[in-house]
Write a protein that binds this ligand. Structure first.
Ligand code: PAF
Length: 283
């Protein structure tokens, strides 16, 4: 497994690579969720490249950039037990030289949910993702359903900006108690992990309502809100029942493909989770 930290060296190495190239972009602090993307890339593509770059542009002032877990040696060790061909590890001056002054901004899907609560977040994500696509030149990219809105926005910029890249979405990987895996789970102590698992239970209860035939979005939303609110240490940012493709909130009857997503604070820690459901094909 090659580790490369400059764009120039990467491009030189990339010239010698033939066949399909799977790319897994990460910010490090790798967990089983990331590794499932790596496995999927290895199973799908002839080459797999992973990037580790803690992108400052997607953190607002006051967010957890400085606190974000940095576990580079452990990350490389984890990746070296897979058939990863290259890890790209650029530094800030490589990605954002002093004179850097360009942004890639998606203007529809980015306005709601995470984008509403974290202004500038998705512009930070789309700018770095576009840069990484231009450097890595992958044929396939692997993103987790855990960050469902990010996944849809990446699909949108790939389509809008004509990147010849196929997006492969991968299922959410959960801890034993149901909590969706996230690098931010590192911030939680044991007691908080138990509390945080209520988020997934609430989503499951919402899903069970749909499975049993409930179609009123307000009743589904209220059920989820009620369960999360039963734990006083959890503070809801949003509970959304939206069209899966447009992310437009559904105010009455759910139909077609929907995305049910939540963002919840446990103290300072922001946790997100979701499920997708196809109303027409299942009851
Ligand atoms: O999902 C993430 O870890 C980040 O948003 C990404 C896609 C690596 C861009 O920094």
């Amino acid at each position: 497994m090659k580790t490369i930290s400059t764009i120039q060296e990467f491009r030189k190495w990339r010239k010698g690579i033939t066949g399909s190239i799977g790319f897994v972009p990460t910010m490090g602090a790798l967990h089983a969720g990331h590794l499932s993307l790596v496995e999927e890339s290895i199973a799908t593509c002839q080459n797999t490249i992973v990037s580790i770059y803690l992108n400052p542009a997607q953190f607002a002032p006051g967010e957890d950039l400085n606190r974000y877990p940095k576990t580079i040696d452990a990350d490389i060790k984890k990746l070296s037990s897979f058939q990863v061909d290259c890890v790209f590890l650029p530094n800030d001056s490589e990605m954002y030289p002093k004179e850097f002054s360009t942004q890639i901004q998606e203007n529809f899907l980015s306005r709601v949910l995470e984008g509403n609560s974290r202004p500038g977040f998705f512009t930070g994500v789309t700018t770095i993702v576009a840069k990484l696509f231009n450097i890595i030149e992958p044929t396939h990219v692997f993103f987790g359903e855990k960050d469902a809105q990010q996944l849809r926005i990446v699909e949108k910029i790939i389509s809008d900006l004509n990147y010849p890249i196929e997006v492969i979405s991968c299922s959410i990987i959960r801890e034993k108690n149901g909590l969706a895996m996230s690098s931010r789970n590192e911030y939680l102590n044991n007691e908080e992990r138990i509390i945080a698992a209520i988020i997934q239970q609430a989503l499951q209860e919402g899903k069970n309502l749909i499975i049993s035939g409930e179609r009123n979005s307000k009743i589904i939303r209220d059920k989820i809100i009620h369960t999360i609110s039963s734990e006083k240490l959890l503070r809801i940012d949003y509970v959304s029942v939206a069209d899966s493709k447009t992310l437009i909130e559904i105010s009455d009857k759910i139909e077609g493909d929907i995305l049910v997503s939540v963002a919840v604070y446990l103290g300072e820690i922001r946790l997100i989770d979701n499920f997708s459901y196809s109303v027409s094909s299942r009851r």
